[in-house]
Design a protein. Structure first.
Length: 172
């Protein structure tokens, strides 16, 4: 495993959505446990148009982002479905699907992380609020202010969680 990651590895964290998709890029340096934040942002999709048009646009923007940032790996939030909002889960599944397709087309390794696991890894509490996540990411990445909107903080947290796992395997 060490030979495969003998140089720095870039991990792209994604918080999927059909209106806002957050992303965070971190870098893992061999011999270091703590990843370094490279960039974070949000893809804003126009909410007008058909679902097919929005999914096509999301796929295009994610593909362009992968080409620009050149990650070796992607970490994405697992689908969470609440029984009171099944339509939301279905729409999120569509967004995850095109993001995973883009990752596959670019031959990226993918990690699927539950939101509760990410929240616990970043804040110590698996049901942390959006504000708690933003403040924890701000502190851990030494940012002058909390990442905004919350989708950016979530994406950075997803990338950090996966990167710390990768860093531990690099040390073994």
């Amino acid at each position: 495993m060490i030979c495969a990651y003998a140089i720095a590895m870039r991990i792209l964290g994604i918080d999927p959505g059909l209106r806002l998709t957050g992303y965070g890029l971190v870098e893992v340096i061999p011999g270091q446990i703590e990843p370094r934040l490279i960039e974070g942002g949000v893809l804003r999709l126009i909410t007008s148009g058909t679902i097919e048009e929005r999914l096509g646009r999301l796929h295009q923007e994610i593909t362009e982002l992968i080409d620009e940032l050149q990650p070796q790996r992607m970490a994405i939030e697992k689908l969470f479905a609440h029984y009171k909002h099944p339509r939301t889960a279905i729409l999120m599944a569509h967004a995850r699907g095109v993001i995973l397709l883009a990752a596959r087309q670019k031959q990226l390794e993918v990690s699927n992380l539950p939101s509760t696991e990410v929240k616990k890894a970043i804040t110590g509490y698996g049901h942390a609020s959006k504000t708690q996540m933003q403040l924890a990411v701000q502190t851990q990445c030494r940012l002058p202010e909390p990442p905004s909107p919350p989708d950016v903080a979530d994406a950075i947290a997803i990338a950090l969680t996966d990167a710390r796992r990768v860093a531990l395997t690099m040390l073994r």
